[in-house]
Design a protein around this ligand. Sequence first.
Ligand SMILES: Nc1ncnc2c1ncn2[C@@H]1O[C@H](COP(=O)(O)OP(=O)(O)OP(=O)(O)O)[C@@H](O)[C@H]1O
Ligand SMILES: [Mg+2]
Length: 296
Amino acid sequence: MTDALNATPQLKSEILMQALPHMLRYDDTIVVVKYGGHAMGDEQKARDFAKDMVLLEQSGINPVVVHGGGPQIGSMLKKLGIESHFSGGLRVTDKPTIEIVEMVLAGSINKSIVGQINAEGGRAVGLCGKDGNMVTARKVTRSHNAGPDEDVVDLGFVGEPEKVDMTVLEQILGRELIPVLAPVAQGADGQTYNVNADTFAGAIAGALGAKRLLFLTDVPGVLDKNKNLIKELRIDDIRGLIADGVITGGMIPKVETCIYALEKGVEGVVILDGKIPHAVLIELLTDHGAGTLITR
Ligand SMILES: Nc1ncnc2c1ncn2[C@@H]1O[C@H](COP(=O)(O)OP(=O)(O)OP(=O)(O)O)[C@@H](O)[C@H]1O
Ligand SMILES: [Mg+2]
């Protein structure tokens, strides 16, 4: 930081000019940024993230933020003494749990991100999938050991996007407003569903025809079996990595969403470490790629 402040005016202007080709490339396009609950670090990191969103918006790029909140939901449930169970990496969401999920995701986390973006000079609008029927969910059914003795697990109020209606987002985009979306949606049955934030972000990116979908997480990107960063991946490589057990846990919905979004026409998906200061700017506005770039 101090190095940048001490740079000569000439050097500073050269650095700014280096962003120009990138700004032109993304001008007027939509970039969906999934801000993982695990990537939300301390206050300084949150400020850096908010500044990045405002800078993108001021550069003529339309950022759409979709946030997670697993750790924050976990700590609120603990505070309230509500027990959590997991099945295959997904939280079993019963009635008391879905109430807390909605309260934390569409309430405190969503409003805190909106507030941070506003504090940096932006104008953020916080919504969830219910607003304007943006995302309608259907209940997820998961089974373990698919086969003759298939064991169907009821995950409760865990949903997946069934229908996406972009009416509300179309009113917001291109008007210097930054949408911040919580992955909570309503089912055709009127129920509230908890949707995995990665899946939600993919549905939004696909429906909006986003140029880029960025996943900010807590690892440098997709790691190989020796824990080295894989810089570029194609859809076909992903299937092999899942089959070989290299990609597991929370990385599975992420890469599955990558495949979905790419097939829907999103040009490229990047999985990157959201704890690196200004990770989004480095990825979009400099010559340096960050994380793993996944293309068709
Ligand atoms: N091959 C892999 N490369 C990198 N990470 C992997 C791999 N396989 C599994 N993972 C795990 O996936 C995790 C990232 O997903 P996770 O769901 O925990 O975070 P998130 O999606 O960023 O946050 P949230 O779910 O709260 O929104 C990593 O921390 C890592 O433990
Ligand atoms: Mg996750």
